[in-house]
Ligand binder design. Structure first.
Ligand code: FAD
Ligand code: SIN
Length: 528
């Protein structure tokens, strides 16, 4: 079955929903999303949105903090644009119905690591849900937008599907839409569109331990890579220092805002340790805190460290962090008085599909925004709460760019439908779950917080075997979401391992034991 739309948006997190609302005034919009519409990284965001909202704060300070965290790889022009447009986006969200925490009639601004000032706009400790709910409510009310939930985008359509071999990145690749698996009906739809937008979010699921929900399998980055778009800086994976360590909690995030409010990190011997690593202590940027915890665990042979708020006012703690406190309580922990067991977990992908500040990729007719994209805002390390900011600002800018006549691709009726010939439902589906588990463990053990050439080589050998087995299976099998996610995760692992191997230095989030310093010659993006 074929569908024609003006704008095809893949993903329904902050980036996709925000862009849909802008585009709906100018044409028919389809949002394709692989689970229920609200399921996204956005929905789980806790700390908030970084924006300069206080007269005592300044754009210059927010720009400076972002550049320092980015360790030389941010694009300063992009940083300045996104920071300057932050307050407008907060205003837009509020006008659209989002309610943020206030104090004395003004926005309450939280504090997070690496920020010189308190500048985090938040809705208690569940900011993402507030943003997602308010955007989604407006999307559902807009008659020009159709949401296709439980629809999984399989592949971007380019001239490759018209029979022309596109074997590497070049300037004339055009995107005509996407093949999409309708999971309920078990059929593949051909969506043809004037402009296609990747808003598919991150890839935390490539690691064994992650704060990301199950949808974060890097599908957009992998599809763009297969379509031969430029992909940048995939070595820069952000590990959040404080995910709950509990067998049933699947690495629930304990927000950085908790450290912003004064929480201490102590090891199992009861010692506060952060001052050994950085003079900013618990409020050092999160790469430093994550590495410090990793070092403590390895040095003492412990499984976790503790986050302690016992010295703070307990009613205030429960008041400020109601969702985190309630979740801890489910696991028998009192956030205000107990030491909360925490470990680092994969959290955010700084790299992605390379775009400009308007979301334009290297492929005509294809835009990308949100976590799937690499605009140059984050450089080698993302400053806390800068990603919702980026998703909101860039989605609005991309909507303006996507409406320009030269961004639009004429609907191409020569595009063939999905070819499932020769495939069947083989009985070896155990391969999919086994290979996914193995991949995630390999990535965690060898391509994690601390890397080395030796470990990367080992990871490359292991993932090569997983790649070959999975591709062989894919050629014979009917497409399913789980199989395609596995292929995508393997592609993401490949991109991370190759990018990490190319960067023979330690910068920002990328730390190599055999190359501990920075090298000026590598002061550039890693492009694959
Ligand atoms: P997402 O919100 O992840 O949305 C991606 C969408 O694409 C989803 O709807 C998904 O189902 C869909 N999708 C993916 N693949 C496909 C496919 N193949 N076909 C169809 N649909 C697909 N950032 C901050 O700035 N502040 C915070 O406080 C903060 N807290 C966080 C807390 C947690 C626990 C996590 C996990 C992240 C946090 N982040 C935070 C990061 C931030 O939430 C994300 O970077 C941001 O929300 C990404 O938005 P997005 O729209 O790009 O992607
Ligand atoms: C958090 O609340 O710690 C997450 C903030 C972020 O990822 O930006």
């Amino acid at each position: 079955m074929r569908k024609h739309v003006d704008y095809l948006i893949l993903g329904s997190g902050a980036a996709g929903l925000s862009m849909a609302l802008e585009l709906a005034q100018h044409g028919r919009v389809a949002i394709v999303t692989k689970s229920q519409a609200s399921e996204s990284n956005t929905n789980y965001a806790q700390g908030g949105i970084a924006a300069v909202m206080d007269a005592a704060d300044s754009f210059e300070s927010h720009v400076r903090d972002t550049l320092i965290a980015g360790a030389g790889l941010c694009r300063e022009d992009v940083v300045r644009t996104i920071v300057a447009e932050g307050p407008e986006q907060i205003d837009r969200l509020q006008k659209g119905g989002a309610r943020f925490t206030e104090q004395n009639g003004a926005l309450h601004l939280g504090r997070e690591g690496g920020h010189e000032r308190s500048r985090i706009v938040h809705a208690a400790d569940a900011t993402g849900r507030e943003v997602e709910d308010s955007l989604l409510g407006r999307v559902h009310a807009d008659s020009n937008i159709t949401v296709y939930d439980y629809h999984f985008a399989l592949e971007l359509i380019t001239q490759h599907h018209l029979g022309e071999k596109v074997t590497r990145s070049r300037n004339d690749i055009t995107c005509f839409g996407a093949y999409v698996l309708d999971e309920r009906e078990d059929r593949v739809l051909t969506f043809l569109s004037g402009v296609t937008i990747l808003a598919t979010g991150g890839a935390g699921q490539v690691y064994l331990h992650t704060t990301n929900p199950g949808i974060a399998t890097g599908d957009g980055m992998a599809m763009a890579y297969r379509a031969k778009a430029r992909v940048a800086n995939m070595e820069f994976v952000q590990f959040h220092p404080t995910a709950l360590y509990h067998p049933e909690a699947s690495r629930f995030l304990i927000s950085e805002a908790v450290r912003g409010a004064g929480a201490h990190l102590v090891n199992l011997d009861g010692q506060r340790f952060m001052s050994e690593y950085d003079e900013r202590g618990e409020l050092a940027p999160r790469d430093i805190v994550a590495r410090a915890i990793d070092d403590q665990l390895k040095r003492h042979g412990h499984t976790h460290v503790l986050l302690s708020l016992a010295h703070l006012h307990s009613d205030e703690v429960r008041d400020h962090f109601p969702m985190i406190a309630a979740t801890c309580e489910q696991f028998g922990l009192d956030l205000a008085t107990d030491g909360i067991p925490v470990v680092p977990a994969a959290h955010y992908m700084c790299g992605g599909v390379k775009t400009d500040v308007n979301g334009q990729t290297s492929i005509r007719g294809l835009f990308a925004c949100g976590e799937v994209a690499c605009t140059g805002l984050h450089g080698a390390n993302r400053l806390a709460s800068n990603s919702l900011l980026e998703a909101l600002v860039v989605s609005v800018r991309a909507a303006v760019a996507a409406r320009q006549p030269d961004s639009q691709v004429p609907i191409n009726d020569r595009v063939p439908d999905w070819d499932a010939e020769g495939t069947s439902l083989p009985d070896e589906w155990i391969l999919v779950s086994h290979n996914r588990d193995e991949l995630r463990r390999v990535m965690w053990d060898y391509v994690g917080i601390v890397r080395s050439t030796h470990r990367l080589d080992r990871a490359r050998r292991r993932t090569r075997v997983l790649y070959e087995e999975t591709e062989d299976f894919f050629r014979k099998a009917r497409v399913t979401r789980s199989l395609c996610e596995l292929r995508n995760l393997i592609a993401i692992a490949y991109l991370i391992i190759e990018s990490a191997s190319l960067r023979q230095e330690s910068r920002g989030l990328h730390y190599m034991t055999d190359f501990p310093g920075t090298r000026d010659a590598l002061l550039h993006d890693t492009i694959i």
